[in-house]
Design a protein around this ligand. Structure first.
Ligand code: FES
Length: 104
C-alpha cells in the first residue's frame, strides 16, 4: 500500500512539474548553419542566449539555433516567431535591438 502511495505521489509530482512548463511570447531562431556560422551566426546565438539569461527574459523570449534556412547569401539570419519577421545580415547591434524590441 505504501508503495502505491509512493508511486501515486511520484506521478502527481511529474504531472505538476509538466504543468509548470511555460511557452515564451516569442522565439528568436538563429541560423547556425555552416555559412551563417562562418559569418558569426554561432556568436550571435551565444550573445543572445547570455543576454536573455542576464536580463531574465526567459519567459518572454527563447533563443533557438537552427540549421540552414536557405538564405545563406544574406546570413546570419535571425527569424522572429510568431511574427514571421526575417532579419538578414544581422550584426551584434542589430541582434540586440531585435531582442530588445521583442522582449517588451
Ligand atoms: S547557413 Fe544560414 S541560411 Fe544557410
Amino acid at each position: 500500500m505504501q508503495n502505491l502511495e509512493k508511486r501515486l505521489s511520484h506521478s502527481y509530482l511529474r504531472r505538476v512539474s509538466k504543468e509548470s512548463y511555460y511557452t515564451p511570447d516569442c522565439i528568436l531562431y538563429v541560423c547556425c548553419g555552416s555559412k551563417c556560422k562562418k559569418r558569426g551566426g554561432k556568436h550571435l546565438y551565444k550573445q543572445l542566449k547570455s543576454a536573455v539569461k542576464e536580463q531574465r527574459l526567459r519567459r518572454k523570449v527563447q533563443i533557438i539555433k537552427t540549421g540552414c534556412t536557405d538564405h545563406c547569401k544574406r546570413g546570419p539570419v535571425v527569424t522572429v516567431m510568431p511574427k514571421n519577421e526575417w532579419n538578414f545580415d544581422v550584426t551584434d547591434e542589430k541582434a540586440m535591438s531585435i531582442l530588445e524590441e521583442n522582449a517588451r
